[in-house]
Each structure stands twice: as structure tokens, then as C-alpha cells.
Design a protein around this ligand. Structure first.
Ligand code: SF4
Length: 172
């Protein structure tokens, strides 16, 4: 299954939860948006309930932006895997960027897989950091910052191009 095959053309997004003030999904306090649906089915996934594409509630882009505005924190897209909802995720990301928010995005796809989805470029141009790759239980490392297994990368999208991955650097 590909991300595009799961995507729908609805302007709404299927959202499991929106949590303001998190500190584990990127630097500073952030509003994490958990999107429903994931087909990666990583053994040891922390939240298998998020795999269900029909879980949670439909929310419009405006409703999500209003919720983000209510708290004013930068934003993290998580899930599930947000990339399964690209047609509505892209305009959401653009709307948030236009308001000045930075966006981190988690995905179970590796960067090299994600960029093979043509629409993904429109998302990436609005993303600061992509946390990529599936969770791999044998590579679990609880000392890692903002990710669960060592195969996952914090990719600085602005300085990354295909074949030239630049990690996000932190002073934490
Ligand atoms: S990509 Fe994330 S949500 Fe999906 S199965 Fe893997 S760990 Fe779970």
C-alpha cells in the first residue's frame, strides 16, 4: 500500500487527538496533532490503536488551525502516519506556515520512500524536520532524542536533497 492509495480528496483530516504543550515531539513546547491511520504496522508500535484509518474524528483545516492558534505553539504532525492524508495535510501545512509556525513531521516512510510520492514535495517544502522511518524494536534506544529507534533520522529538510541527507542539529 502506498501513501497515495490511502489518501482521499476530502479537505478534512482524520484526527485522533491534538495535544498542546508537548515537549517530546520536537524542540520546545509544541502542539502535536495525531492523525489516524497507519499501514506500517511496526512490531512494538507504541500506539497500535492509531493504525485504524477510521479512528478519531474528521476535522477541517480551519478547525485544526484554530486549535493550534488557541495555544500558539509550533506544531508536530504525528500519528498514525500523517503522510497517508497528504491531499489535506499539504494545505494544512501551508496554512500553518503562513501563520509563522514551524512544523516537524513524523512518518513511518523513509525519506527516500517519501520523496517518491510526487505530492510529498509540496509537504516537505513546508516542513522544518522530518523524523523518518519505521519503529524497529531491535534498534530501540530510549536515550535518543525525539525518536524511538536508532534507524529513525531527524532530517533538516531545508539543507537536505536526494542523496544528501542533513541531520537536524540540536543544542539540547
Ligand atoms: S509508523 Fe509509527 S504509528 Fe505506524 S506502526 Fe510504526 S510506530 Fe506505529
Amino acid at each position: 500500500m502506498t501513501a497515495t492509495s490511502r489518501a482521499c480528496n476530502s479537505p478534512t483530516l482524520r484526527v485522533l487527538d491534538i495535544i498542546p504543550g508537548t515537549s517530546v515531539d520536537g524542540p520546545g513546547l509544541r502542539t502535536s496533532i495525531y492523525f489516524a491511520g497507519c499501514a506500517h504496522r511496526c512490531p512494538g508500535c507504541h500506539n497500535p490503536q492509531s493504525w485504524d484509518f477510521t479512528a478519531g474524528n474528521e476535522m477541517s483545516i480551519n478547525e485544526i488551525v484554530e486549535e493550534v492558534d488557541r495555544h500558539g505553539f509550533n506544531v508536530t504532525f504525528s500519528g498514525g502516519d500523517p503522510l497517508y492524508q497528504l491531499p489535506a495535510l499539504i494545505p494544512l501545512a501551508k496554512a500553518l506556515r503562513e501563520k509563522g509556525y514551524t512544523i516537524w513531521c513524523y512518518t513511518g516512510f523513509r525519506y527516500e520512500e517519501a520523496i517518491s510520492i510526487p505530492e510529498a514535495w509540496s509537504l516537505l517544502e513546508n516542513i522544518e524536520v522530518l523524523v523518518d522511518g519505521p519503529y524497529i524494536e531491535s534498534a530501540k534506544d530510549s536515550s535518543l532524542l525525539f525518536r524511538g529507534s536508532s534507524n529513525q533520522r531527524l532530517i533538516d529538510i531545508a539543507s537536505t536533497s536526494p542523496g544528501n541527507i542533513h541531520p537536524w542539529h540540536t543544542s539540547f
